[in-house]
Design a protein around this ligand. Structure first.
Ligand SMILES: Nc1nc2c([nH]c(=O)n2[C@H]2C[C@H](O)[C@@H](COP(=O)(O)OP(=O)(O)OP(=O)(O)O)O2)c(=O)[nH]1
Length: 129
């Protein structure tokens, strides 16, 4: 099963969201996203999840990093993304918080373990023009 995540970048910052549940991961940070449903493309799943979780429309770009294995045979797959409306403000619909993260803050956040594996690739993405 594929879990897609969006690396949404604006003005050199990465959007991260803080989990409200389950209890053992509450407070930890991740990228917006979720499960790809049957018959759905990765891109469509990402657009749907960003609308559900952040209430914003996104344009999905290329892959970021390699698939990261998750427990129970799942994989985490990240795509670069951008807001359709540059002035749109994502809000935490079902999460604790959302925040724009600068490269300097990237390492200090309490990321989910799979996301931490992706930090070098995310750092490279943030450094690209
Ligand atoms: N969305 C997302 N999930 C992640 C990330 N890193 C990571 O390990 N996961 C894990 C947590 C969950 O086990 C799984 C996705 O859960 P989810 O709750 O976001 O997805 P979903 O809404 O489609 O799941 P479900 O409630 O339908 O089961 O992937 C990440 O950066 N973003």
């Amino acid at each position: 099963m594929v879990i897609v995540g969006a690396a949404i970048v604006r003005n050199g910052r990465l959007l991260a969201q803080q989990r409200a549940w389950p209890a053992d991961h509450a407070g930890q940070w991740e990228l917006p996203g979720g499960r790809v449903e049957d018959g759905e493309s990765d891109e469509a799943a990402l657009a749907r999840e960003c609308l559900e979780e952040l209430d914003v429309a996104v344009t999905v770009g290329g892959r970021v990093g390699d698939d990261v294995p998750l427990p129970k045979g799942k994989v985490l797959r990240i795509y670069a993304a951008s807001l359709v409306g540059a002035g749109d403000e994502p809000r935490a619909v079902e999460h604790e918080d959302v925040r724009w993260i600068s490269p300097r803050e990237l390492d200090d956040l309490d990321w989910l373990p799979a996301d931490r594996v992706l930090l070098p690739a995310l750092r490279t993405l943030l450094a690209s023009p």
